[in-house]
Design a protein around this ligand. Sequence first.
Ligand SMILES: Cc1cc2nc3c(=O)[nH]c(=O)nc-3n(C[C@H](O)[C@H](O)[C@H](O)COP(=O)(O)OP(=O)(O)OC[C@H]3O[C@@H](n4cnc5c(N)ncnc54)[C@H](O)[C@@H]3O)c2cc1C
Length: 402
Amino acid sequence: MLGPDGGTPEIAIIGGGIGGLAAAAFLRRAGLRGTVYEQAPELREVGAGLVVAPNAARLLRRLGVLGPLLERAVRLEVGWEFRRWRDGRVLSAEDLATACERLYGEHTYTVHRADLLEALGRAVPPGAVRLGAQCVALDVRGERVALRFADGAVAEADVVVGADGVHSVVRAAVAGPRDIADSGLCAFRALVPGERAPSFARRRAQTLWIGPGHHLVHYPISGGRFVNLVAFAPAGGDSVESWTAGATVEEFLAEFDGWDPRLVGLIRAARAPGRWALLDRAPLPAWSRGPVTLLGDAAHPMFPFFAQGAAQAVEDAAVLARCLAEDAADPSRALRRYEALRLPRTTRLQEVSHARSEVNHLPDGPDQRARDASFTATDPLVDNGWIYEYDPESPDHQGVTP
Ligand SMILES: Cc1cc2nc3c(=O)[nH]c(=O)nc-3n(C[C@H](O)[C@H](O)[C@H](O)COP(=O)(O)OP(=O)(O)OC[C@H]3O[C@@H](n4cnc5c(N)ncnc54)[C@H](O)[C@@H]3O)c2cc1C
């Protein structure tokens, strides 16, 4: 595993979110060392949940991260349970308890984001994360990259991985300024303490209530201590793309006025909602330049309608580590291979996630009735097999990017 100068390449990862920590952990497993530069003074995630689909779960299991996480995760028994907005009628539902393992050899879990981050943090070598390190500029000098931080510190590396999320500084350096469109949508998220949640929401089920212009997803997390709510609604004028932007329960309730009273009751029990503006970015045609590349939301931000953003960041991390380990003497070539393996799949996911918002939000009428009828005619677990069965470490999937 020799770098350009005959030693191990120095790999700098900008951003210590799920993608950045996963990259450091997969590099460690591959015998390489990455240093994570995270702008926050501590590793932290918003108080919210995440679906860990089979394609992410199997990689996390191999990394040794899933085991400790399972103590606090929830294994879903029902998923994609679509309900009609006005009366909660079930339009379709998937039996995840048995079908996931049968089809994909792995289950679907829900977790608290902070728990996943903590478990990933334990898989990263001690001392590999530098906190309070906000990267403000990078400069490619031949085969080395110089990094500058907000506090005036500087660093150098052979490889730089931008895992710095939707507002990526590294993406700007690699791909230049990109057009950002307002999707007109925002996401509310909130937790409901388990003891305040009605029994239908405490089931090991991921439920999606769909209606005109809106939909709401809920599932239990943290071993059932909380129910996670994520709802999509037209964006208010002051929405920003950050979980630090708050909203009130009244604002959240107002969006679901007239919906099934059971759902309204669930929202009423929510604590301190956050609101995140969904901004729209077209897929990048390329995301590496020389020894610099991107990973996770920095590379391929996607609407969350397939619950795959973090899962794709974990897949990226596994593929990146493999490519660098197999071609450490020429990191730029390794990054080109990484991008070629990943870009078609993440682009497809960006596209299908984008299309989903219209389908979920149809007004009542003939199109909505046709959609509802189609739910019973299709099997999403089979239709979406290309998402969940994909294993970037399987010899069968090498070079294949479904
Ligand atoms: C409403 C909603 C629901 C979602 N649900 C799911 C789901 O169920 N399942 C799923 O798989 N995905 C889901 N996602 C997507 C998922 O949250 C993201 O894809 C994932 O968090 C991306 O991880 P990341 O590490 O690429 O970026 P981030 O999580 O944004 O991490 C980036 C990190 O970089 C740091 N950083 C930023 N700039 C700098 C800098 N200049 N210098 C140093 N550090 C920096 C930040 O502080 C942060 O720690 C959802 C997203 C939304 C909005």
